[in-house]
Ligand binder design. Sequence first.
Ligand code: ASP
Ligand code: MG
Length: 400
Amino acid sequence: MRVVKKYGGSSVSTIDKIKNIAIHLSKNKKVGDEIVVVVSAMGKTTDNLMKLANEISLTPDIRELDSLLSTGEQQSISLLSMALKSLDCKSISLTGAQAGIKTTGLHTKNKIESIKTEKIESYLKAGKIVIVAGFQGVNENGDITTLGRGGSDTSAVALAAALRCECEIYTDVPGIYSIDPRVYKKAKKIERISYEEMMEMANLGAGVMETRAVEIGKKYGVKISVGETLGPETGTYICDSSEIIEKKVVTGISISKNVIMVNLENFLVIPKNISIIFSAIAKNGVNVDMISQNEGDNLIGSIGFTCPIADELFLDIALKEVENYIPDIQVIKRSEVVKISLVGIGMISNFGVAAKVFEVLSDIDAKFYQCTTSEISISLIIKIDDTIRVVEKLAEVFSI
Ligand code: ASP
Ligand code: MG
């Protein structure tokens, strides 16, 4: 069996954990198994390297930053390989460049362009466990690059695509839950989820797996499982929707706390004004989401949108500019809100999901400020204080 196994930073945060993974790999490797392991940097290493760079400059040179950040993964690959060798298990560690991972783009945000797998293949043939540094590659100039924070998931799935095998992602949770268990204790682990649902869940704030990695999985048909490192249970399987027999109407609810909602009211809702508003927002680098527009009598109306809390400073600058251009406009900003999103591939073929959601809100008398939908999701902005009761009731109604 050929497989790529990826262990995240919290799974390799201590030497004991690295040793235990090595024991597990060496015990379970059968003759003929071809195992590629991708690892992240130990624990908070990448954050700490970033802090060091920031002690020199808040905007360090990005080529040098990539060289620095990539050292975290280089530590963990060599330590894991040493641990395996000390157990008489044949292994070899490879940096991204050594593993043939070619990247392109801006330093610190590179994309994988191609993977030349010859070297990995030959080591696998020789019976070695091949340990590859996640999160890194090499560009056309021969410079070390990184793929953006959380990028080792991408390395792992891209390697599995190139090596035509499945990808197992190991982390500190037993899988992907229908709802964040920290918010809803009765949340269930999802057995199977489609790439599309997982992408929505990740985008919408589920945060277990990198969205880019799921995109690559979908593009190349890589089957991905997500489970707990050395844990007893099987994890969650991310696969094509055709492999999911029972297509639930709602598979999961994701909750993102880090949103701000803005309502702009009492202005002439004409294309010119809308363009002024969104140009000011875009110019200030604010990432908007969930736009909705209401037009009342005489074209006087309102527009609402949400954006990440992290963009608040720039949002304020943009809103000031908007007020200058459109003097009578009224700005209402709400930060005590959360966005909850119900995601399910079954929504494509079932109607009445929105009606059910609104019935729940009405039953428990919970207000919502905004609602948007996609083919497989319904998102609502609600008051932060209502989160638990809304989520509990929705979970009950949709049996998730
Ligand atoms: N070590 C990198 C980070 O912390 C990559 C990863 O863990 O996926 O972002
Ligand atoms: Mg991660």
